[in-house]
Design a protein around this ligand. Structure first.
Ligand code: F6P
Length: 343
């Protein structure tokens, strides 16, 4: 009897998800003769029995498409249901032997709990934030980085025409990977990230001295997860099903302080969900495909409690526990590269 592999995408969407789905389905069905059941809307579909069967034809033409053909949600079987019990019926009804779960840290943690209760799970790390432990890269990051870099390039040319400070706020939740890499790629004059405490007086000094040397504008990249300036309260925000705070807009709290300390007009651009939309870069299509192929091979072989990870240039299985143990932040050496070009 052929194996049945379930596949779901959960949490925020991310460019490259369709590349993973296409790879899981094609590898499992064409190479291994397995069947694949797509679960709709992430954990929500698994809890409520919403599925569709997937074969090679069902995933043709999706490689370059943003989003996920399966849909996604921020629901969690341990928050909105009673864990394994709430998904058991769907698994049994579809005869699912093994589940490929494509998600970020919150999703992978739920996958780990289900695997500890006996479900065979293979995780695939997904997030534009690039912050999942145990893998060197996550797909989606490269696309977000391209979009953020293009935005910085465009903001730089309008900034050049004015004596202005331009703040560009990027996503990344509690980690500053997009900010640091986009700052390096876009030649930012300062980059503020959650991992490194910042001092707006120092930032203002750097900017003033830059403008004194004849440069009539500055571009500052702000990671959405930094603390607001001292004495400024973080706005009240909602939390999602995984307990993550909804971020966005801290640059609006930084702007008046920098304007006041430098005397230069300051403008803010918050890139927001633009960074997650649209077609994935070639790098993310290839990475998503490689991870999907690796996940299908592992799922069909009966592997459990693992995640496919990038280590150097290889795709390797790592324990899900390792992936869920931590969130990976920007290292000092990488930030130091960005800092070399400040001012
Ligand atoms: O984790 C990915 C991410 O895009 C973060 O960078 C961002 O803070 C968050 O998701 C936004 O989530 P939502 O789509 O729920 O607004």
């Amino acid at each position: 009897m052929s194996k049945v592999i379930g596949v779901l995408t959960a949490g925020g969407d991310c460019p490259g998800l369709n590349a993973v789905i296409r790879a899981v389905v094609t590898r499992a069905t064409e190479r291994h003769g397995a069947e694949v059941v797509g679960i709709l809307n992430g954990w929500e579909g698994l809890m409520h029995g919403r599925t569709r069967s997937l074969d090679r034809d069902a995933v043709r033409g999706i490689l370059a498409r943003g989003g996920t053909i399966l849909g996604t949600s921020r629901m969690d079987p341990y928050v909105h249901g009673d864990g394994y019990e709430s998904v058991r019926k769907t698994l049994e009804r579809n005869g699912i032997d093994s589940l490929v779960v494509v998600g970020g840290d919150g999703t992978l943690l739920s996958a780990l709990k289900l695997s500890q209760e006996g479900l065979k799970v293979v995780g695939v790390p997904k997030t534009i934030d690039n912050d999942i432990a145990a893998t060197d890269w996550t797909f989606g990051f490269d696309t977000a980085l391209e979009i953020a870099t293009e935005a910085i390039d465009r903001i730089t040319t309008t900034a050049e025409s004015h004596n202005r400070i331009m703040l560009v706020e990027v996503m990344g939740r509690t980690k500053g990977w997009i900010a640091t890499y986009a700052g390096i790629a876009g030649g930012a004059d300062a980059v503020l990230i959650p991992e490194i405490p910042y001092d707006l007086t120092e930032v203002a000094d750097v900017i003033r001295s830059r403008h004194r040397r004849g440069h009539s504008y500055s571009v500052v990249v702000v990671a959405e997860g930094i603390e607001p300036p001292p004495d400024v309260a973080r706005p009240q925000t909602e939390v999602d099903a995984f307990g993550f705070e909804r971020l966005g807009g801290v640059a609006y709290q930084i702007a008046p302080v920098l304007e006041e300390r430098t005397g230069f007009e300051t403008r803010v651009t918050v890139l927001g969900h633009l960074q997650r939309g649209g077609t994935p870069t070639a790098f993310d299509r290839v990475l998503g495909t490689r991870l999907g192929v690796g996940a299908a091979d592992l799922a069909v072989s009966g592997a459990a409690g693992v995640m496919v990870a990038v280590r150097g240039s290889d795709i390797v299985p790592v324990p899900l526990e390792e992936a869920c143990a931590d969130i990976r932040g920007v290292d000092e050496a990488t930030y130091d590269v960005a800092q070399t070009f400040f001012g």
